[in-house]
Structures are given as C-alpha cells and as structure tokens.
Design a protein around this ligand. Structure first.
Ligand code: OGA
Ligand code: NI
Length: 363
C-alpha cells in the first residue's frame, strides 16, 4: 500500500496506481525504461494537452534571461553599483538570471556534470540501494520526487545538506565533485546575498543574517532521451519553494521560464550558473523580487544533466519568517503573514508541484 512517505500519490485511479507502483518497484527509473528499449512512453507520463508545449507560446529566441557578469565586482564602487542595479532589474522583472565570472572554476562544473552522469549510468545495484523517497534519508535516488500521473521524464539523485548528511553516503563516482561544488556554491551565495541585500536597499549583510543558506538541497537530475517527447515533460511547470536556487545545466538546453506570458529558453552558456529567486525570497521581499514559473521540455536528444541547489533556512529555524520589516511602509504594506519554516514546509509538501507555496501565507 502506498503511503505519503513513499511519494506515490494515492489519490488516482487504481489502474494508474498499479502501473506507477510497478514502475517504482523496478527502482531503475526512467533510464531503466529507456534501456529496456521501449518505443512508446507509459500512459502515466502523458501530460494533459493544455500543459504540453505549443509553438505559439514560445518567445522569440532573441529574448534571453539577463546575464550578470561578476568579473568586475571588486574593481571599483561604480562597477559594484552597476552590478547591484542589474541584479535588481533581473530579480524584479525576470526572477531568473545567468551568472558569469562567478569564480567557480569551469573544470569543477564539468566534473559535477560528469560525476552525476556516471552515477545515473553506473551500477544498478548502487542506485537500487539508494532508491527511496523517505525524507529521513539525506542521500537518496528516485524517479520523480513525488510520483503521480502525469509523471516527469527524469530521474534524480537528492542530497540534503542540513548538517546531518554523512558525505560517505554520497555515491563515490560523484562524491568529491559534489562536496567541492557545494562549498563553491556557498561562497558564491555569500556574494549574491550581499548584492541582493543591496538591491533591496538593505545593509549588505541583511540577507546573510537571515540564515537563508543553512540547508542546501541538491537535486542532480538525469533526463533520458524520450521516444515521444511531444507527449510529456522533463519537469512540469513550477516555482521553486527555496530562498534562492543555483542551477548548473549541461549544453543540451530545454529549461524554459514563463516571462510575460511566453516561454523563454534559458540557453546554456558554458561556465555559467543559472540563478533564480525562490518563493521564500519573493515573500520576504514582499513581492519586490519574483519567483517565476519554469519547466523542462522532454527531448529525443539526451541524456540531459542538470543540478539544482536550493538554498533554504534551517528546517528547524525557530524565528518567524515574513516580509522584511525594513521594506514595509504605509505605501508598501505586508502582503504575507508571518510563519515558521516548519509550517511552510508542511504547506509545501501537502500541495502539488505546480501550485504556489505562497498562497497559504497571503494576507
Ligand atoms: C528544479 C528545476 C531545472 C532543470 O529542479 O527545480 O527547475 O533544468 N530544474 O533541471
Ligand atoms: Ni525549479
């Protein structure tokens, strides 16, 4: 019997439930299906028509998310101010940006992508042993974080760095790369939080002081080639519940964001890190910054590898969260009520992937 912790949503017809269970029991993920030579995708991967990509909804390729170059950040105050201004614009009108010259070496980024690929393409027993959706396990592997119809065409290795993760639980093929990458991301995050604080008109240490990178949830996705890519999605439309997300993607493309009613491709840039504002930062900024809907297309080309790192407060943070007081005024009243991180996580878990994590907290 499926329970909420094994992540199969029970609220669906029995035949679909059985198919999902059978698939889940293989513990081999979507990659296992592809390796078995299927030419048609199982019905539970088929998305409702209205959620499938339509060419009329795609923005012209000239429209691109802003690129922010951190190369000159320490050159002089003029450069610093310019970067803050660009970041402010990007966080407000796009919610997504690509960071370049961020100081994480390209070799390390390549090593992460390669290590994650080797894990997903490696020893079946290693993957089987890690196959779980139990939140108590800090390192786990599964296809679809929550398995339900319509499922996504991808498999994921999850690492939850919350202070209790034992690095030796991370598969050896990608362990070193992931540990080094995590350190590097935390460093870039320090700089980014400083710049975002300035972009909100706050002292530069304000966001760092809110402890919003304490927990890092890293999801290393593998999107196998799909025999019927027009019927499914790699990742359904959603916003990230995080404070900030760093995304490393390989060179295949497929990530799209919803900007002014059109889907904009986030074109891969070698060495860049995609950064997006999560729901929690939208909330504490009182909607000054935007958490934007995005999705990943399925493709006949693949595999595509990406690694999303969600920066979050500590899950047992006891401080109340809400719109930052210093940003509020008579003309900018709070749009959200205050809450504990734990309430936020519970609300997130009980909602579907596509619903916003913010609505329960709206005033
Ligand atoms: C995510 C996500 C995008 C990608 O994991 O939340 O949006 O390119 N991933 O895999
Ligand atoms: Ni996302």
């Amino acid at each position: 019997m499926a329970t909420p912790t094994d992540g199969i949503s029970v609220d669906q017809p029995n035949d679909i439930l059985n198919e999902l269970k059978q698939f889940d029991d293989t513990k081999a993920g979507v990659k296992g299906l592809v390796d078995s030579g299927i030419e048609k995708i199982p019905a539970f991967f088929i998305q409702p028509q209205e959620l499938l990509p339509k060419s009329s909804d795609i923005a012209p390729p000239t429209l691109q998310v802003p690129i922010i170059d951190l190369g000159a950040i320490h050159k002089d105050t003029g450069c610093y101010k310019q970067i803050v201004e660009e970041l402010k614009q990007a966080s407000d009108s796009w919610g997504f940006l690509q960071l370049v010259n961020h100081s994480v070496p390209k070799d390390l980024l390549d090593e992460v992508i390669q290590g994650v690929k080797e894990f997903h393409e490696g020893d079946k027993d290693v993957k089987e042993k890690l196959y779980s959706r139990d939140r108590v396990k800090k390192v786990r592997f599964a296809s679809n974080l929550r398995l339900l119809s319509a499922a996504n065409w991808r498999d994921t290795l999850t690492c939850v760095f919350d202070g209790s993760l034992d690095p030796s639980d991370i598969p050896p093929v990608c362990r070193d790369a992931i540990m080094k990458y995590r350190e590097a991301i935390l460093q870039v995050a320090e700089t980014l939080y400083e710049l975002l604080s300035a972009a909100l008109g706050l002292p530069s240490d304000h966001l760092r002081g809110m402890n919003c990178a304490k927990t890092q949830l890293m999801v290393a996705h593998y999107y196998p080639p799909c025999p019927e890519p027009e019927l499914t999605l790699g990742t359904s439309m959603h916003t990230d519940p995080s404070f900030v997300t760093f995304l490393l993607q390989d060179d295949l493309g497929g990530l799209q964001i919803l900007h002014d009613g059109h889907w904009v491709n986030v074109a891969p840039i070698p060495g860049a890190l995609v950064v997006n504002i999560g729901d929690l930062l939208q909330l504490v900024s009182n909607d000054k910054f935007k958490s934007i809907k995005h999705r990943v297309l399925a493709s006949a080309r693949g595999p595509r590898i990406s690694v999303a790192t969600f920066l979050n407060p500590s899950f047992d943070e006891k401080k109340l969260f809400g719109p930052i007081k210093e940003l509020l005024s008579d003309t900018n009243p709070p749009l959200y009520k205050e809450f504990l991180v734990d309430d936020y996580i519970k609300a997130y878990i009980s909602k579907g992937l596509t619903a916003s994590a913010l609505s329960p907290f709206k005033l």
